[in-house]
Design a protein around this ligand. Structure first.
Ligand SMILES: [Zn+2]
Length: 248
């Protein structure tokens, strides 16, 4: 995978946002990473009948984006929402909105404090990493407990902040009983892209794609693009599925 693609796998706190479009800056960010980090992919199984895609949206620390949430409900499109415990604390009304529609929103674990599952102390796109395996376990387990507290169900999936992982972290997360939620289509580059571009990226989704985007930035243009792109995908006949058939 090219460096230019990797660099945009981030959340709203990622420092690389301001560097987009500049290959030199992209490369500098990549080289500044603490060691070799993994960026897991994820797809869903093709049914052989048109496009099947899974929608996954991150609720990092931030706010609730009603444009995206209402579009999902209005269109009956199921989505996996990766929530941080922090986001749930800050957005009780948004959380209530999700919990009222379990047929649409499947809440999964984005960590307790939005700390990347990365060893060491070097920031990852501006985010302080968890730092140690013990801290990674705490980030994962405390995030899972927060999800279970509100849903009554232990989450199956964990997506780390920034979507990047130290190689040593992944078996630790899996040993805790969670699957690491990668993705194959980064729709909004950390909620940094203009709406029209986000919509086009979504509408270009391929059969089996696991789409990643954000639902925590109501004041950015990207969210409007997610809503428009989902409408376009649906109009084009795409099927929206969960992660039950997902494979990495
Ligand atoms: Zn995030």
């Amino acid at each position: 995978m090219c460096v230019a693609k990797r660099v945009f796998l981030m959340c709203e706190f990622c420092g690389a946002v301001s560097r987009r479009g500049f290959c030199g800056g992209v490369l500098a960010v990549a080289l500044a990473r603490p060691g070799r980090l993994l960026e897991p992919g994820l797809h869903v199984r093709s049914t052989g009948a048109g496009r099947s895609v899974a929608v996954t949206l991150d609720a990092c620390p931030g706010h609730f984006d009603p444009r995206v949430a209402a579009a999902l409900v209005a269109r009956g499109i199921p989505a996996v929402i990766f929530v941080t415990a922090t986001w749930m604390q800050w957005n009780p009304q948004g959380l209530a909105y999700f919990l009222a529609r379990p047929d649409i929103f499947d809440l999964q674990n984005h960590g307790a404090r939005h700390l990347p599952a990365v060893l060491g102390s070097t920031p990852v796109y501006g985010l302080a990493p968890a730092g140690t395996l013990e801290a990674i376990r705490a980030e994962v387990l405390d995030g899972a407990a927060a999800v279970q507290k509100v849903t009554g169900k232990r989450p199956v999936w964990y997506r780390g902040a920034a979507g990047l992982y130290s190689p040593e972290a992944i078996p630790v997360i899996e040993a805790l009983g969670f699957r690491v939620a990668g993705y194959s289509l980064n729709s909004d580059q950390g909620a940094s892209l203009p709406a029209a571009i986000v919509a086009r990226r979504l509408e270009a989704a391929r059969d089996g794609d696991v789409i990643e985007g954000h639902i925590n930035q109501p004041h950015r243009d990207s969210g409007a693009g997610i809503a428009a792109g989902l409408a376009g995908l649906q109009a084009a006949g795409a099927r929206f599925v969960g992660l039950e058939t997902a494979y990495g």
